[in-house]
Design a protein around this ligand. Structure first.
Ligand code: ADQ
Length: 456
């Protein structure tokens, strides 16, 4: 998001990546440009939201990553429900709302209070679902015109799962304080609209994706995110070679997260070597896994499980000249990443659930070699909705997934070229800048609240 904010001269309100000392909740003397993901932003455009470390832990590792993340990704058995964590979530959302409103007021006043030029507040992701409430309330109280938009980067679950959340209504009410709520695909929009009706009794219009809530009409839109396509192409054109091998490479790139389906993926590769032995010594599977949420026990356990699984499979099939799995636990640079994408014969993207999945898109952008490789995408990633020319795979069925791998490894050249051309063309057109423009145009074209397009 940083380039988006930088190009449009907006303010960035965010957590700066450093903890407050719990005993001293005052804001430390810090350079606001410390804020981590915003290299390139002018420091006067950065608004840090400081949070004490205990509260941050309850909020981020607790409510965000141990409750909302598994629930929204339809893995309710992994969700932990804690009132203390929820309390921290509410408090942190309030902090963000307050800082955002102060900033909004500043922008509004510098526009001389011109209502036709209402500033936009664009809120991102499941960490901040209830912040819109307070922003809307304060803006109404002080008669400050603004538009509030929200984009959820992860799936929105079905009602059956969402209602497990004891604070389901609060989350919906928070999101409904916006003028427009965006999701990656129509399925998530429909789930959201359905939950608004069933949890809150809102009047809804499923065809036009609208929800009526306390006298306001909230628009819901499917806006699939893209990648900075040209940047990846340029990186892939320039990046030096990273692999010296005659073997075909199957590539996986993910945060180490249980939703990404890594255990199932390794088992599918094992099944490939069992059932299609002709690939032994001719194919290697390279998995790059970025450490993620390492303070959460589930993630520590997953790392252990994967370490053991990789050891077991390599022990079973390795020969003096070949190890079937190469496993990198760590970050790689963007240059290296682009080179891995370029040199791989198969991009294997098999999450058990994923809002979109950018790796699938980055892989096709970097596939410059002729003939190109093949992309395999899970049917449970939002990306599968648009990337029709990939091999679509059910990662839960290990044998089926291994057959997808076999099909990819033996696909004729002309079919690979045809499929990859279509995939690349689509991602080039629908890149991240197109996504940003679509969101801003959609919310910009909305008439001010309470007018027109009513559901009545
Ligand atoms: P994530 O769950 O983080 O994003 P994803 O869309 O795959 O998942 O993005 C991961 C990003 O991290 C990619 O840009 C990739 O290049 C990068 N990355 C992964 N491994 C790396 C490594 N080893 N080294 C360096 N970089 C690495 C959430 C949602 C997704 C949604 C995005 C965007 O969960 O479903 O697609 O937001 O909306």
């Amino acid at each position: 998001m940083a380039p988006v904010v930088i190009n449009d001269g907006g303010y960035w309100v965010g957590w700066p990546g450093i903890h407050l000392d719990d005993r001293n909740e005052s804001i430390p003397e810090s350079d606001p440009s410390d804020i981590t993901p915003t290299a390139g932003l002018k420091s006067d455009k950065v608004v840090p939201v400081h949070i004490g470390s205990t509260k941050f832990n309850d909020y981020y590792n607790g409510c965000c990553n141990a409750t909302l993340w598994p629930l929204f990704l339809s893995m309710p058995d992994r969700a932990v429900f804690s009132r203390d964590h929820w309390k921290a979530y509410v408090e942190v959302n309030k902090e963000f709302a307050d800082r955002t409103f102060e900033t909004l007021k500043k922008v509004y006043n510098s526009n001389s209070g011109n209502r036709d030029d209402a500033p936009l507040v664009w809120i991102h992701d499941y960490h901040l679902t209830i912040a819109p409430n307070w922003i809307r309330e304060a803006a109404t109280d002080e008669d400050i015109g603004c538009k509030i938009g929200f984009f959820l980067h992860i799936p929105f679950p079905s009602w059956d799962i969402f209602r497990l959340l004891p604070w389901a209504d609060e989350i919906l009410q928070g999101m409904l304080a916006c003028d427009m709520v965006g999701f990656h695909i129509t399925d998530y929009c429909l789930n959201f609209v359905d939950c608004c009706q069933r949890c809150l009794g809102c009047r809804i219009d499923k065809k036009n994706l609208m929800v009526k809530h306390v006298g306001r009409t909230v628009r819901v839109r499917a806006l699939p995110i893209g990648i900075p396509y040209e940047r990846f192409v340029q990186l892939a054109e320039k990046a030096p070679k990273v692999l010296s091998t005659n073997q075909k490479i199957i590539l996986g790139v993910d945060r180490l997260d249980y939703t990404k389906g890594l255990v199932h993926r390794f088992l599918s590769f094992e099944s490939l070597l069992e059932n299609f032995p002709e690939h032994r010594e001719k194919v290697s599977f390279l998995q790059i896994a970025v450490p993620s949420r390492t303070d959460v026990k589930e993630y520590q356990d997953l790392k252990e499980e994967i370490d053991q699984l990789v050891g077991r499979i390599n022990g079973k099939f390795s020969t003096p000249n070949w190890a079937p799995i190469r496993y990198i636990y760590g970050c790689v640079t963007q240059d290296e990443l682009a080179a891995f994408y370029r040199e791989a014969a198969v991009g294997l993207v098999t999450p058990l659930r994923d809002g979109m999945n950018l790796v699938a898109k980055e892989f096709v952008a970097c596939q410059l070699n002729v003939p190109p490789g093949v992309l395999i995408v899970s049917s449970f990633a939002g990306a599968s909705e648009t990337m029709h020319e990939a091999i679509i795979c059910n990662p839960y069925e290990i044998e089926g997934a291994s057959e997808c791998l076999h099909r990819a490894l033996t696909m004729p050249e002309d079919e690979r070229i045809l499929r990859m051309n279509y995939l690349r063309r689509r991602e080039k057109l629908n890149d991240v800048y197109y996504w940003k423009r679509s969101f801003l145009q959609a919310i910009g074209s909305l008439v001010t609240q309470n007018e027109d397009e009513s559901i009545d």
